[in-house]
Design a protein around this ligand. Structure first.
Ligand SMILES: Cc1ncc(COP(=O)(O)O)c(C=O)c1O
Length: 423
């Protein structure tokens, strides 16, 4: 199946997820792509082997209609390639690269596109692992990261910071939207515009905009449509969707993804073929799962909002009408996702009591799986971030994060009510 139909119109991603990028004739007519558990591939001739390597190492340009053949599973593998084509189509981008984890995708993309002396300006807060990479690892390689709180002043904050550091030093603007766990949104289009302004002032061709789209994408948010250059995911979350694998992915233009794949080949950060096969299975139900999860989450967010023991709920459908956050949500997203953060009185002690009282929700980090999970950001996912800094993002010791699954909504509702009754 091709990406475009006979009239040149692109099929919808839900349809492409079932057939695009796979020709059953190459696999004995199997309707589903088999799992290609092989480290290496047999060449038809020595000349083929030579030609494939020339392309893999960029020793010559591709001839018309020439595809790089299969060589070795650190370079390419059918399960990974089919998944990459399908996820790129979903994001409305040209190409994808799949990785052993979300962190591998983030790390490989940054090391590929940033060099010693460069500065990355990032929205804050970001996922704890990304925060650690920014604070403790990139500085060792003289890649400087400046973090600015997501919110109304982010664009002006980025422009001012770029001026202070020198626009020519800015290599990338890195965003996580919605922010984890506060659900604070960043206007991707406005940041893309700012990146062009910085590039112009700094005399650079481009300042890249990279967006961690793990929370809403690709079903409810497609950053490339708003000017993002790199769309990054922890595929461990919604894309994998069953809490049974670890993977990551980045999509973008061929020009930007090709060098990332070259770094991946040398770093060895690719996903394994079985994970690629699992991701293909998961992609088929992604839209159904995410929509059901969001539907459950909307109901729970409303219940929490009304509950006397809950002080504050952070969830997109509850953003105040007419507010800037609401405006960004309505412009950029087609659904709210299923991550809810809410605050109760009584700090860590009460929060832990509540967490220990759930019966259907499981007490675990991670998110986006079919089962509902709860966790305590301050002492778990975000424990590397200074608590005082976290509080400035609205993440206090009384904040709990929920990842809502596909269970029956009435059971989830009863579970939340009975847990809140315990505190
Ligand atoms: C928003 C976000 N980005 C990236 C990551 C890292 O992904 P992984 O655990 O697959 O390496 C996570 C993991 O929790 C995440 O929540």
């Amino acid at each position: 199946m091709d990406r475009l139909d006979f009239n040149g119109k692109e099929y919808n991603p839900e349809t492409l997820a079932l057939g695009y990028g796979y020709d059953a004739a190459f696999s004995e007519g199997a309707v589903k792509p088999p799992v290609f558990l092989t480290s290496t591939f047999q060449f038809k001739s020595a000349m083929d082997g030579k030609k494939f390597f020339e392309l893999a190492y960029g020793l010559r340009e591709k001839e018309e209609n020439e595809d790089i053949g299969l060589i070795y599973s650190r370079i390419n593998n059918p399960n990974l390639q089919i998944f990459e084509e399908r996820i790129a189509a979903w994001d409305k981008t040209e190409e994808g690269a799949v990785f052993a984890s979300g962190m591998a995708a983030i790390m490989t993309s940054i090391f590929c596109h940033a060099q010693p002396g460069d500065t990355i300006i990032s929205s804050a807060p970001v996922y704890g692992g990304t925060h650690y990479l920014f604070e403790h690892i990139l500085p060792k390689y003289k890649i400087n990261v400046v973090q600015i709180a997501a919110g109304e002043n982010l664009v002006s904050g980025i422009l001012d910071k770029a001026k202070e550091i020198g626009e020519d030093k800015i290599k990338m603007l890195y965003l996580e939207t919605p922010a984890n766990p506060s659900n604070k949104m960043v206007d991707i289009e406005a940041i893309s515009k700012a990146s062009k302004e910085i590039a112009k002032k700094g005399g650079q061709d481009k300042v890249l905009v990279a967006v961690d789209n793990t929370f809403l994408g690709p079903v409810f948010q497609r950053p490339a449509l708003f000017g993002a250059d790199l769309v990054i995911y922890s595929a461990t979350k919604f894309i994998g969707g069953h809490s049974d694998l670890i993977a990551g992915v980045v999509t973008g233009s061929k020009e930007l993804i090709k060098p990332i794949k070259d770094f991946r080949t040398i770093f060895g950060t690719m996903a394994n073929p079985f994970t690629g096969w699992m991701l293909l299975r998961s992609l088929e139900t992604l839209s159904i799962r995410m929509r059901r999860q969001a539907k459950n989450a909307v109901k729970l967010a409303e219940l929490l909002q009304e509950h006397p023991k809950v002080k504050r709920v952070m969830f997109p459908t509850l953003f105040e009408k007419g507010s800037r956050q609401r405006e960004i949500f309505e412009k950029q997203c087609t659904g709210p996702g299923s991550l809810i953060a809410f605050e109760i009185d009584g700090g860590e002690e009460k929060a832990f009591k509540l967490l220990d009282s759930f019966k259907v929700f499981r007490l675990a980090v991670s998110l986006g799986g079919t089962e509902s999970l709860v966790e305590h950001p301050m002492t778990m996912t975000h424990s590397d971030v200074d608590p005082a800094e976290l509080e400035t993002y609205g993440v206090t010791a009384g904040v709990i994060r929920m990842s809502v699954g596909i269970e029956h909504s009435s059971d989830l509702k009863r579970d939340v009510e009975q847990a809140l009754d315990q505190i």
